[in-house]
Ligand binder design. Structure first.
Ligand code: NIG
Ligand code: FE
Length: 412
């Protein structure tokens, strides 16, 4: 099957060579080609170029993209997309004055979601999660990282990861799974948090590895959740099973989680709403991607990750949704890109780089996803007719997407 997209007004994120990460000043550069075409064979981009140089291809399907912009599908490197039910009551409680932390203290928050998930069957969980995924695909997302962490028992954590595995098999999107058993201390371990860390290390990690259910490991390294010591114990055990860290750090407090992540060669450190100079220093020269989650800041009313400080220090930055029922009930990457521009003062070029190529890096797939490059997977967004790519973040909260193509298949 070959698909030819012609008359593209502007083709974004075109890379001659297989660039896998962009950092610092380079993030301001978004290479584009005007009046372009793209040729897709099966699931792969095999050719692209200027319309003047387009040969006569005998394609099975021709898409005329006159007036439209084409770019790589979003790569969402941080989600908790497998969950059960919603937490809209807590949302109202917060409007009425309670904080996210206070709600968690009362046994709400993550524990609330865990209780519901434990009672939900694997099939129900799969159906609900698939539906969510289909919704975000229509919003232009082509690759998604999915975390466990609403199970908090061995059985329920494995159930979540089995659902993620099934999604991986059945969806057209690229899926990566992360084991986040260390998301919260379950009620039963309230007075014995170390006992829960033991359970993660001695039972959960070996089983996750045995069933080959995840490639990454995550820990919510935060006051009231998992300490630096807990985090380090978990990362040590995980590294023996070749699980690569992607950490929740510095959401409410900065106390060294970033440096610990770098020490254990984390692929990414995510949240970073609180970021110290020591954290910036730790990231310099490392291969760890900082990831900002602006929809979470928006929803909880907490500070935005200081993108300018990170990028101006010469570091890379990725953007992701954090899609989850508690702090970010939205998987919309378009909103993330807009909010990054509006609230974090990222330029459209920086935000698009952060949500495509750097997002792909933060989930270990930037060899094959995140840019328009010969040989990369054909995960593409075709916009509606728009004036320029600046219009995407500018006209926020509106849908500018006409067509999504995943692995060469036009999503209906
Ligand atoms: O990334 N911060 C920890 N975990 C999620 C929120 C979890 C929840 O509230 O359910 C996050 O924001
Ligand atoms: Fe998260």
């Amino acid at each position: 099957m070959t698909t030819l997209i012609i008359n593209i007004k502007e083709l974004l994120q075109v890379r001659q060579t297989n660039v896998t990460i962009v950092s610092g000043k380079d993030m301001k550069i978004l290479p584009t080609l005007k009046n372009a075409y793209v040729l897709i064979e099966h699931d792969t981009i095999v050719e692209y170029g200027s319309m003047e140089d387009a040969g006569s291809y005998d394609a099975d399907e021709v898409i005329d993209a006159s007036g439209k912009i084409v770019l790589p599908a979003w790569c969402d490197s941080h989600t908790h997309l497998v969950f059960s039910g919603d937490r809209s009551q807590e949302f109202v409680d917060r409007i009425n004055g309670l904080s996210y932390e206070e709600i968690a203290h009362r046994g709400g928050g993550i524990l609330n979601s865990a209780e519901r998930l434990q009672k939900t069957s694997e099939d129900e969980l799969f159906e609900a999660s698939m539906q969510r995924l289909e919704t975000v695909i229509r919003m232009g997302t082509g690759a998604v990282e999915i975390k466990s962490g609403y199970g908090l028992t061995t059985e329920a954590e494995l159930k979540m990861l089995r659902v993620a595995k099934r999604i991986k098999r059945e969806s057209l999107a690229k899926i990566k799974a992360t084991f986040l058993g260390a998301h919260a201390i379950p009620k039963e371990f309230k007075d014995n948090p170390e006992g829960y860390v033991d359970l993660i290390i001695n039972e959960m990690i070996p089983k996750v590895s045995e069933e080959d259910l995840a490639e990454f490991v995550d820990v919510f390294c935060e006051k009231g959740y998992f300490s630096l010591k807990d985090t380090e114990r978990i990362l040590k055990a995980a590294s023996e099973k070749h699980l690569i860290p992607k950490l929740h750090v510095n959401q409410f407090n900065a106390f060294g989680g970033v440096a610990l992540g770098v020490k254990y060669k984390a692929l990414s450190v995510d949240h970073l709403e609180q970021l110290s100079d020591e954290d910036i220093h730790a990231l310099k020269g490392s291969d760890t991607m900082p990831v900002a989650l602006p929809s979470c800041s928006y929803f909880l009313g907490i500070p935005y990750t200081p993108a300018r400080k990170i990028i101006d220090a010469g570091l890379p930055l990725a953007l992701a949704t954090d899609y989850n029922p508690g702090s970010t009930p939205s998987g919309n990457m378009n909103f993330v890109v807009s909010t990054a521009c509006i609230k974090m003062k990222m330029t459209p070029e920086e935000a698009i780089n952060a949500a495509t190529i750097n997002g792909a890096y933060a989930m270990g797939i930037s060899n094959q996803y995140g840019s328009i490059c010969r040989g990369k997977k054909a995960n593409l967004i075709i916009t509606k007719p728009i004036e320029s790519y600046n219009y995407l973040p500018y006209a926020f909260a509106d849908n500018h997407i006409d067509t999504v193509i995943l692995h060469g298949v036009v999503i209906k």
